[in-house]
Design a binder for this molecule. Structure first.
Ligand code: TXA
Ligand code: MG
Length: 339
């Protein structure tokens, strides 16, 4: 059997299949099989009120899972699919409460990966797939990450190589009067606004600007405080800060006391490893200045640090521009508050 045939066989048997996408690996199951869908929640240890994205083969398949599909959905689907965009639409009665977390909406996406697109075409139905990681942990961007974090909870891993985008899809809510980005991803609010010729607002940008607390009531993804986080403590430190001095005592910032007295730590920085670090067993990773490259590497380097012997992770804050918003959002969720 080819890998796709194997994956197909497992899906039809109600088993869990890790699927590659351009964003992160998903933990896939047959959207029409309630036992299989329930198994997804159990394998991830995910609260059942947190709804799942249904992955479909093409835009036309939206009609099988959603009703009253607005023009905006067709415009975005045409321009962005297959690709890192998830649309929230009014649910079709066929969609089970277990998938939607009892909500009246459903999340749909056509992923851009040749193996998974081929799998979806052969399968014919929809595949629910949250990121293939234990709830709250870092998302996987390689088959190896899935193996490490889920082990035998997944029946088959369709290995499609490393994910090219590296962070989860942009999620846009289209079931109301105004399009709202409820999770940042590769498609920014400006990009979607240009496509729709209408202002698309970003919940994250608004939250950052602290402008409108009432939006907080909108039910949305990843609203848990800690999410996408490594097991080791992760701290953010200010950008371009010449006074950041990692030393034997820990990570000293602005000559204040060490914030975390770790004997060894990993650092994600835009700068080169400073000479002061010599002879100390730390890991210094110089990250790319380009947000697309940075996103592609982020979860992989965090997985590496989490598996290594270091005790804490320090990450230099990223620029406060729209191009970095999705990365900023993931880092903020992963971080512990600094003391
Ligand atoms: O890139 C991605 O979107 C990846 C790949 C595998 O496709 N999937 C992914 O799934 O990130 P997951 O389950 O880790 O995150 C999906 C988010 C959840 O936070 C969930 O709350 C939200 O989508 N979501 C799903 N259905 C929703 C709905 N009807 N209304 C609002 N949010 C929804
Ligand atoms: Mg997830």
């Amino acid at each position: 059997m080819s890998p796709i045939e194997q994956a197909l066989h497992c899906l039809k048997a109600g088993q869990l299949v890790a699927i590659p996408t351009e964003t992160v690996y998903g933990l896939g199951a047959d959207a029409d099989n309630p036992d299989a869908v329930a198994r997804v929640y159990t394998a991830k240890n995910r609260p059942t009120h947190n709804p799942l994205i249904i992955h479909i083969a093409c835009a036309e398949a939206m009609r099988n899972w959603a009703i009253e599909i607005p023009d905006n959905a067709w415009i975005l689907a045409k321009a962005c699919w297959p690709g890192p965009l998830t649309l929230i639409l009014k649910r079709h009665p066929r969609v089970s409460n277990m998938i939607t977390g009892q909500q009246e909406t459903v999340a749909l996406r056509v992923p851009n990966h040749p193996l998974t697109l081929s799998l979806l075409e052969h399968f014919g139905g929809g595949i629910v797939a949250p990121s293939a990681n234990p709830y709250g942990y870092l998302s996987p961007t390689t088959a190896e990450h899935v193996r490490e974090s889920l082990g035998d909870k997944v029946d088959y891993i369709l290995d499609g190589g490393p994910c090219t985008i590296g962070i989860e899809s942009t999620i846009v809510y289209l079931a109301g009067t105004q399009p709202i980005i409820v999770r940042e991803g590769a498609f920014s609010a400006s990009a979607l606004s240009d496509l729709l010729k209408q202002k698309v607002i970003s919940k994250t940008a608004i939250r950052n600007a602290d402008l409108n607390a009432s939006l907080e009531t909108l039910q949305s993804p990843g609203s848990d405080h800690q999410h996408y986080a490594p097991r080791k403590p992760l701290y953010l430190y200010p950008r371009n800060d010449g006074d950041v001095v990692p030393n034997k005592e820990g990570f000293v910032h602005n000559n204040q006391d060490a914030r975390h007295k770790a004997l060894s730590y990993g650092v994600l920085s835009f700068s080169l490893r400073p000479e002061a670090l010599e002879n100390i067993p730390h890991v210094w990773i110089q990250m790319p200045n380009d947000p697309v490259e940075y996103a592609r590497r982020l979860y992989d380097v965090l997985h590496q640090l989490d598996q290594s012997a270091i005790e804490a992770i320090f990450v230099e804050a990223v620029p406060q521009t729209e191009a970095w918003l999705a990365i900023q959002d993931r880092l903020q969720r992963a971080a512990r508050p600094s003391t």
